[in-house]
Design a protein around this ligand. Structure first.
Ligand code: ARG
Length: 463
């Protein structure tokens, strides 16, 4: 006789081999094994507490489940695709080990709410790890900013020189982005932190279960509220992948800048040899592969988000087998984001900052032209006129191949008699930067304040 599936009671023919191969998910959902066992142990304890199964049976089941966990970890238990998924494998193994009593574990439970629970436990761990890794990137970022408080760079708009800024200020802009990522992940965690088990296949269960007890055993503050929504909902995965996509977008922007900055045209930074690779043909090459790959991996995280959104679009209630396709995009996102954040925070402290090259670049492009206009405003000229006058001065400088600070007083006066010798003090980069003392500005004082605030913030989060 053919071996029956766990659900094979009403089937007369055995499954086609192509169908087995097509429907199996064990090849990727096996990473859920420890959550499956954790969830089953909690479920089993609850069944015993509620007298749905005998306490002695629950003890036998729990002991066997713990053994199965070890068998999977040691590789002793083979992940055979004929078991469909990890949940079926574990249950089959349980019944094989302890006999029919193992069949009592699935009382008051369906694979639908079981999968919802296992994926939810996985997701919660994934979010926690990502949150902590974002904290590490932020810490390295803030350290790099603090170590380079004297470096000045051209601030860009339209990728054209705009106004001088502290390099630290530019770095701290990313701290803000990552702070928002951090908050988004935490909010997402708050929303997914509801225990799904007890929803059954879709309609709940007639057994006198205590869902709150299972929640407590598994560290959840509450349970999900509608059994149909519980087995059909994948919002948490989508929210996580969406937050992860935004995070990757931020990382990709930073990577893009690191790639530009380490090019010979910029030379603002040097990425350590340990984080670069060479070319198989050009011996002189040192390529910024890490930022390039992080930039590239952003695309696959966006792709995962799109997969999930498309998977869920127009899906009728409640559980549909389509939902099995939620796993790879989620697992791949957790994996990719984890790897990117880890390598990124390892790379940051090894970045060498070339203050001289930054300064050189900042000397070009009339970065203090706005400061000159503000100077004229202080002398009583309306800003629009000042803007016009400085525009003509810049055109003159371009023609004469001079920078603003190299003009003579006589040259300045030919544009506006209001200009005096004190003009030179507003034309230096550091004067321009430090005059910007407003909250969130690039002056040394507000930047130091931002760094101190971030450090304090990160210290609190560690606790
Ligand atoms: N492997 C399936 C999944 O991940 C398990 C749920 C199966 N439920 C069912 N009714 N066939 O979604």
């Amino acid at each position: 006789m053919k071996k029956k599936k766990l659900w094979g009671g009403r089937f007369e023919k055995s499954t086609h081999c192509l169908v087995e191969e097509f429907t199996e998910s064990i090849s990727f959902d096996n990473i859920l094994y420890k959550y499956d066992i954790m969830g089953s142990i909690a479920h089993c304890r609850m069944l015993a507490k509620q007298k749905i199964i005998a306490v002695k049976d629950s003890k036998v089941i729990i002991r066997a489940l713990k053994e199965i966990e070890k068998e999977i970890e040691s590789g002793k238990l083979v992940l055979d695709p004929k078991f469909e998924d990890i949940h079926t494998l574990i249950e089959s193994r349980l019944i094989k080990k302890i006999g029919p009593v193992g069949g009592k574990l699935h009382t008051a439970r369906s694979r639908n709410d079981q999968v919802a629970l296992d994926v939810n436990l996985y997701l919660k761990d994934g979010i926690k790890e990502v949150v902590s890794l974002i904290g590490e990137v932020r810490l390295e970022l803030v350290n790099l900013a603090e170590k380079n408080l004297d470096a000045m760079i051209p601030g860009f708009t339209h990728l054209q020189h705009a106004q001088p800024v502290l390099f630290a200020h530019h770095l701290m802009a990313y701290n803000e982005m990552f702070k928002r990522d951090f908050e988004r992940m935490r909010c997402c965690y708050g929303r997914v932190n509801r225990m799904p088990l007890g929803a059954g296949a879709l309609a709940g269960t007639p057994y006198p279960v205590d869902r709150g007890y299972v929640a407590e055993l598994l560290g959840y503050p509450c349970v999900t509220e509608n059994s149909m929504d519980t087995v059909a909902d994948r919002d948490g995965l989508i929210e996580f992948c969406s937050a992860a996509s935004i995070l990757m977008m931020h990382l990709s922007r930073f990577c893009e800048e690191l790639i530009l900055w380490s090019s010979p045209e910029f030379q603002f930074v040097e990425i350590s040899d340990a984080f670069c690779t060479g070319s198989s043909i050009m011996p002189q090459k040192k390529n910024p592969d890490i930022p390039e790959l992080v930039r590239g991996k952003t695309g696959r995280v966006y792709g995962n988000l799109m997969s999930l959104l498309t998977l869920m679009k127009s899906l009728p209630m409640s559980y549909n087998r389509d939902l099995q396709e939620d796993k790879q995009p989620l697992f791949d996102t957790v994996d990719t984001v984890r790897k990117c954040l880890k390598v990124f925070s390892a790379m940051l402290p090894e970045i060498k900052v070339n203050g001289a090259a930054m300064l050189n670049a900042a000397k070009n492009g009339f970065l203090t032209a706005t400061d000159l206009a503000d100077y004229l405003v202080k002398k009583g000229m309306p800003f629009r006129n000042a803007h016009e006058v400085v525009g003509s001065i810049v055109t003159y400088c371009i023609r004469k191949e001079k920078t603003l600070d190299l003009l003579t007083i006589a040259e300045f006066k030919s544009f506006s008699p209001e200009i005096e010798k004190d003009v030179f003090s507003c034309l230096s980069l550091s004067a321009s930067i430090n005059s910007r003392k407003s909250e969130g500005a690039t002056g040394l004082t507000p930047v130091k304040k931002a760094i101190a605030k971030a450090k304090n913030d990160l210290k609190k989060k560690k606790k």
